[in-house]
Design a binder for this molecule. Structure first.
Ligand code: ADP
Ligand code: MG
Length: 283
């Protein structure tokens, strides 16, 4: 039995962070022999809890730089970044998010299961619980038959699916994904997109997602951030409200609203701003 004083009762009232990610006035300048490169110039972006935001733009416009800053793998030259109300550094130490980047980044001496279980192991999850979770994730990414293989025995696309499974292991409330599906064939890619929508619907995870694919961005996102290069800036943000997870099925790819979103993003990328409302709403 415990007697709770008003002071301890108050200590339990922790304000929910309003944002999953808040990027404020961020610039990143890389010094170089032939002059400095401004990879990002005065970028501001907020991502709400549970929101899916894609970054799209030509090569070199700073997408990966922005992701690395959010993940605290690099620090801004100017500006600040908060993740769930703490600094990017603190969020990394707290392991507040799952990461799946372009390179799978698997440990070659661990099996597929060993790689997927790694974050759980680091957090002291029991062996039995790790096994159960790893099996679920193997099923999810279609690699059950490869549980005991080593990364160098897998294709690039399969390695990438292991990395995605690993990023989901702890059901993170934020996923940072930098072209995670780039190495996958089109069929697998669409299946993984469907799964990602389902997973986000189930877990309520926020996602920051870099892609080169306009249809992928439109299919997945609540908002699409269109970036422009030299210096890397946010050119436009398009709201794409194509429905919640249950409404975003395979059929969506055939729908008028989907095509409309695709052509809007394409126009923004090519610098022809559409007139009128920037949003696609169907339901
Ligand atoms: P994207 O992911 O959109 O293709 P990047 O964020 O990788 O673009 O790169 C943006 C710009 O910053 C590019 O011009 C790139 O050459 C430069 N850049 C990125 N990382 C570094 C670095 N570590 N040192 C120097 N320049 C860099
Ligand atoms: Mg990149």
């Amino acid at each position: 039995m415990s007697v709770q004083t008003p002071a301890t009762a108050e200590a339990h009232v922790v304000a929910e962070p309003t944002y999953a990610v808040q990027v404020s006035n961020v610039s990143r300048v890389f010094p170089g022999k032939r002059g400095a490169v401004t990879a990002l110039d005065d970028v501001g972006l907020t991502v709400s809890p549970g929101e899916f935001v894609s970054l799209i733009g030509p090569s070199g416009c700073g997408k990966s730089t922005l992701m690395r800053l959010i993940a605290d793998l690099d620090t801004p030259t100017v500006g600040s970044i908060e993740v769930f109300g703490t600094s990017a550094r603190q969020a990394r130490l707290n392991q507040s998010y799952g990461i799946a980047f372009q390179q799978a980044g698997l440990l070659p001496w661990r099996t597929v299961t060993g790689n997927i279980e790694l974050p759980l192991e680091l957090h002291g999850v029991s062996k039995a619980a790790r096994k159960t979770r790893a099996n679920e994730l193997l099923e999810l990414v279609g690699l059950t038959d490869f549980a005991n293989h080593y990364p160098d025995q897998l294709s690039g696309g399969m390695q990438q699916r292991v990395a995605i499974a690993r990023s989901l292991a702890e059901r993170p409330s934020l996923l940072l994904m930098d072209e995670p599906f780039g190495a996958l064939d089109e069929m697998t890619r669409e299946r993984m997109q469907n799964e990602l929508v389902r997973i986000c619907g189930e877990t309520g995870a926020a996602v920051v997602f870099v892609t080169h694919s306009i249809p992928e961005a439109v299919f997945l996102s609540d908002r699409v951030v269109v970036m422009s290069p030299r210096p890397g800036r946010i050119r436009d943000i398009l709201s794409v409200k194509l429905g919640d997870a249950s409404q975003r099925g395979e059929n969506l790819r055939e729908e008028e609203s989907f095509f409309h979103g695709v052509s809007q993003v394409r126009e923004l990328l090519h610098g022809e701003a559409p007139t009128g409302i920037r949003g696609v709403e169907t339901r």
